[in-house]
Design a protein around this ligand. Structure first.
Ligand code: SF4
Ligand code: SF4
Length: 365
């Protein structure tokens, strides 16, 4: 572990820009800490926090220090740049000479760096890597993306990554991992590399040595953060307990509140439902196949040969929760939930995955 000063963080950004990488990171915009393109160091949300999240509640508040990463997860996740909300899978253009069609080539992937990926979101990227392992465009974008993770020392009110074993320490496929450390309100960054690309990047930065005490302080702060999660979920035997209760009365109680708005699936960093549209232009010369995000809360999503197999909101919520917390284990070998808390914060009626799962799993129907 080594240390970067605040000026060193600026050097990191300039090195990435010099490598012609687009940097995606946290920004304060429209009253939320969201993700977007960073053009300068000052674009980071200096001195702002959003940790006081609750079910259906989100506010940014000023901090008493100049932390750049003193927040948790906002409405956007990194999947926005890897699994695109809308993507042309291929385009066919009619050849005027022979009447045949020419198919477009796979698009190129821009060089990018993700700055400030938390443990829950790093785990979500790892999940989507498995889902899209055979999607050439996703794989090209992923290959072109450098990941700079950040350890989470101040969890938010709807966070439960400790329960899902995805945080607060950022673990997994990162290139660099930062820990923002505040001394008298001024941040510096403890930094570790996690890949060959990360080691090369680190060699170009003005790093300083860390002491064993620095390392011990970070470990202690991470251990304390794990005890301060706003939410918890008892995952012991959870998949089996949920799957055994398809007729539990609580599904109907959730459905009575659920608006089927799909917010929970759109903010979720692991949800991957999509729909396919074929479009042609009016002249009939160009046709394209487009994939766009869809949601299992959308009535049309489960329309199969003349009928909808999940016609009421109770069936759709049950499908979503059971897929996340039960069937995902069979399908992908992990939970589909990383404990980021977004679906709780951004549900307009405050439906809370941790509460609803416990209500179904913890009692007989
Ligand atoms: S289900 Fe909710 S808490 Fe879990 S990863 Fe998705 S948005 Fe985050
Ligand atoms: S659970 Fe909440 S966010 Fe999800 S569809 Fe229902 S009302 Fe919308």
């Amino acid at each position: 572990m080594q240390r970067l000063s605040l000026a060193g963080l600026a050097v990191l950004l300039h090195v990435l820009w010099a490598d012609r990488r687009e940097i995606i990171g946290p920004r304060l915009r429209d009253g939320a800490i969201t993700l977007g393109i960073l053009h300068r160091l000052e674009d980071l949300p200096v001195g702002w926090s959003d940790t006081a999240q609750e079910a259906a509640q989100y506010r940014v508040v000023p901090r008493a220090d100049s932390a750049r990463f003193g927040h948790v997860t906002g409405p956007l996740s990194w999947k926005r740049w890897l699994f695109l909300p809308e993507e042309v899978l291929f385009r066919a253009v009619r050849d005027d000479q022979d009447g045949g069609f020419t198919l477009s080539a796979t698009p190129t992937a821009p060089l990018r760096a993700f700055l400030g990926v938390r443990g829950c979101d790093l785990a979500a990227i790892a999940i989507q890597d498995r889902i899209f392992a055979h999607d050439p465009a996703y794989c090209a974008r992923r290959e072109a993306t450098l990941i700079i993770a950040i350890n989470c020392l101040e969890p938010g009110g709807t966070c439960f990554c400790a329960s899902m074993e995805t945080g607060p320490q950022a673990r997994g496929a990162f290139d660099l991992r930062l820990t923002e450390w505040l001394d008298a309100g001024t941040p510096s960054y403890l930094v570790e590399s996690g890949s060959a690309a990360g080691r090369k990047l680190l060699a170009r930065l003005p790093i300083e040595a860390c002491t064993p005490e620095d390392q011990a302080r970070v470990e202690q702060a991470l251990a304390q953060a794990a005890t301060r999660m706003g939410r918890q979920l008892d995952t012991g035997g959870l998949a089996e307990r949920l799957a055994a209760r398809p007729g539990h009365r609580h599904w109907q109680q959730v459905a009575a509140r659920c608006l089927s708005c799909a917010n929970c699936t759109l903010v979720c960093p692991t949800c991957f439902c999509s729909t396919i549209e074929d479009r042609t232009d009016l002249s009939g010369t160009t046709a394209e196949r487009v994939r766009r995000w869809d949601s299992c809360f959308d009535l049309e999503h489960s329309y199969i040969v003349g009928g909808n197999v999940r016609a009421d909101p109770a069936a759709r919520y049950r499908q979503w929760l059971l897929h996340k917390l039960a069937y995902w284990h069979t399908q992908f070998g992990t939970s589909g939930c990383t404990g980021c808390g977004r679906c709780i914060t951004w549900c307009p009626v405050g439906i809370d995955l941790t509460v609803e799962a416990a209500a179904v799993a913890g009692s007989e129907a």
